[in-house]
Design a protein around this ligand. Structure first.
Ligand SMILES: Nc1ncnc2c1ncn2[C@@H]1O[C@H](COP(=O)(O)OP(=O)(O)OP(=O)(O)O)[C@@H](O)[C@H]1O
Ligand SMILES: [Mg+2]
Length: 331
């Protein structure tokens, strides 16, 4: 079905260039299947700019001006293709709720919850979903690691492995904590999980389904860091993951349970570990995963029988479906 779709791209976070790459792919595929695409681009300073397809046509003010509001509320669906803070974290979703327009992906709460690795895991623990162990540090707290080495140190609310350290000793822990605090006011120290890293795509609203799991194989670096994620040839995605059929089923079950428990809708990519002893743990959910046609999320669904263009169409449909469903609620 052809629609008028606004793609929001760019954004204030360091993942801005990744968003631009995702959005270029999304726009091309949407236009290729007959949709009309307008763009709303946010730059790193937070300025909003309107455009058609890939061309910027009009500069707007620092805050979304009248033209942006008119554009966003005048389309059939909005697709926020923004990664990280100020886009994947519920902030833009809040604006779209206020504009009363259907949009792709998780709502305000699901987005915010999945962005915060600390609260995300607290909710999953409450739902009996196994997650990686961590302690949480606040500004002023001394570095602390009850898990032994190596351990992982991360800012609570970021992505693309930015600000993350695999610490092998006390000194690296201290430096890792200081680095993570440059990015966030909340820092996680996590127990290192030795095992296979797998990712599962989730698609749907109230009855989501899981893709085949893919296995992340890092070819050069020690772990799946920024370089391994975005440099050519640094990572192999093996689909399906080389795990037992029971582990496949468990990974898919946990991905869907995590999606439902955190109020996600539309899409998410679940990152999991299959530990050496066979236990499956959820690491995190990404509510707006990397979205080029060769990104992990797209490749997982391609291998599961849903090609890229169809995936985009389903996401737009799910956005409208949620909007229509919630329209009947009495507030
Ligand atoms: N507890 C852990 N044990 C072992 N490896 C870990 C652990 N935590 C993170 N890693 C490694 O670090 C990578 C990045 O961690 P994580 O997925 O939490 O960060 P992110 O920046 O939010 O990633 P994304 O780009 O998926 O949003 C993982 O893919 C994995 O390779
Ligand atoms: Mg991850």
């Amino acid at each position: 079905m052809s629609r008028r779709i606004a793609v929001i791209l760019g954004g204030r976070s360091s993942e801005n260039p990744i968003s631009l790459a995702s959005a270029a792919s999304v726009i091309e595929a949407l236009e290729g299947t007959g949709n009309e695409v307008v763009t709303v681009q946010i730059d790193r300073a937070g300025r909003w700019q309107l455009g058609t397809g890939t061309k910027a046509i009009e500069a707007a003010g620092r805050l979304p001006g009248k033209e942006v509001a008119t554009t966003l509320s005048g389309v059939d669906v909005v697709f926020p293709v923004l990664h990280g803070p100020f886009g994947e974290d519920g902030t833009v979703q809040g604006l779209l709720e206020l504009a009363n327009v259907p949009y792709v992906g998780a709502g305000v709460l699901g987005s915010a919850l999945c962005m915060d690795k600390d609260l995300f895991k607290a909710v999953l623990r409450d739902h009996g979903v196994p997650v990686t162990e961590n302690v949480t540090l606040r500004p002023g707290d001394a570095p602390r690691n009850p898990f032994g080495y190596p351990c992982f140190v991360k800012p609570a609310r970021l992505g693309s492995s930015v600000g993350i350290t695999k610490a092998h000793d006390e000194d690296e822990l201290a430096r890792g904590v200081a680095l993570a605090f440059e990015h966030d006011e909340k820092v996680l120290v996590e127990r290192f999980v030795s095992g296979v890293e797998v990712e599962v795509g989730v698609l749907g609203n109230l009855e989501p389904t899981a893709s085949l799991p893919g296995e992340i194989v890092v070819t050069r670096n020690e772990w799946y860091d920024f370089e391994a994620k975005y440099d050519e040839g640094e990572m192999d995605l093996v689909i399906p993951a080389r795990i037992t059929p029971e582990q496949v089923e468990r990974a898919q079950e946990l991905a869907v349970r995590a999606f439902v428990a955190t109020d996600c809708e539309g899409m998410a990519r679940a990152d999991l570990f299959v530990r050496d002893d066979g236990e499956v743990l959820v690491n995190e959910l990404n509510t707006i995963p990397g979205f080029t046609s060769t990104s992990v999320y797209a490749r997982l669904f391609e291998a599961s029988g849903i090609p890229y263009a169809e995936l985009l169409d389903r996401l737009a449909e799910l956005a409208v479906e949620r909007f229509e469903r919630r329209r009947n609620l009495v507030y």
